[in-house]
Design a protein. Structure first.
Length: 249
């Protein structure tokens, strides 16, 4: 396996408040890696720093290239995409136009945009049904699908997902995680920040646990699912639970 993303000693601060303190981790090519931890642990701040949206110290390497000082646009050009927790959709634009904006790097290549749209609609049939509907009128689950689909329009090689299950009904959460499994099967490398620790670990290959801005535990996701420290703090003290449909267990 090839190290796709290598983060070495990353720190993120808001004034005098340190949100992330010297965190190091790796993401292998075509793997799904999850970062779990409590609210306020620094998970979302770490993703924003990786996207260049927050200043940080330490070093970040993408396929061996130091991206620590690159602008967000340059990181997008390298094939890095972030689906933020807030989704950041254009509410007054229709579904199809939101998707097309995700392919802004290929405006002059209409066949490529058409092909990308077809791929997204195949993955999210509901978006095909809603293609002319305003994004602001979609349900929570449909908005999450649209945010995912828009990111995929740029054909990212590293897809970072920030709390994709937040605020969604359990049946929709299962659908979202099935899609994450499908993305991995198609060769997409995924970095997943998620509060639903069980679903995340059942889906991922490898996991990191962050508390108060520091990595306190890491290992194969299957091992973390049975680690007493993780089960007690994040899985309700029980490892016996029905897996998510499509999860890589």
């Amino acid at each position: 396996m090839t190290v796709f993303l290598d983060v070495v000693g990353a720190s993120v601060a808001y004034g005098k408040l340190t949100a992330v303190h010297k965190v190091s981790f790796r993401v292998e090519r075509a793997n799904t890696v999850t970062i779990i931890g409590p609210n306020g642990a620094g998970k979302s701040s770490l993703l924003k720093a990786l996207m260049g949206l927050l200043p940080s110290t330490g070093r970040m390497y993408f396929e061996g290239q130091d991206i620590s000082n690159l602008d967000p646009e340059d990181r997008v050009d390298l094939g890095i995409a972030l689906v933020p927790e807030t989704r950041e959709l254009f509410a007054e634009m229709c579904v199809e136009d939101n998707l097309i904006l995700g392919a802004y790097r290929g405006w002059s290549n209409r066949p490529a945009i058409k092909s990308a749209l077809e791929s997204v609609f195949e993955l999210f049939p509901k978006l095909l049904e809603r293609r002319q509907q305003l994004a602001g009128t979609l349900s929570g689950g449909e908005r999450q699908m649209l945010a995912l689909g828009r990111a995929l329009m740029g054909k990212p090689r590293l897809l970072m997902l920030d709390e994709p299950s937040l605020g969604l009904a359990p049946i929709i959460v299962r659908e979202i995680f099935k899609i994450i499994v499908a993305l991995k099967a198609h060769g997409t490398t995924v970095l997943l920040v998620e509060q639903n620790a069980r679903a995340a670990l059942q889906t991922a290959d490898y996991g990191y646990v962050i508390e108060t801005g520091e990595v306190v535990c890491e290992g194969a996701a299957s091992g973390l699912l049975t680690d007493p420290r993780v089960t007690e703090s994040y899985l309700g003290g029980s490892i016996a639970a029905k897996p998510y449909v499509g999860a890589a267990t």
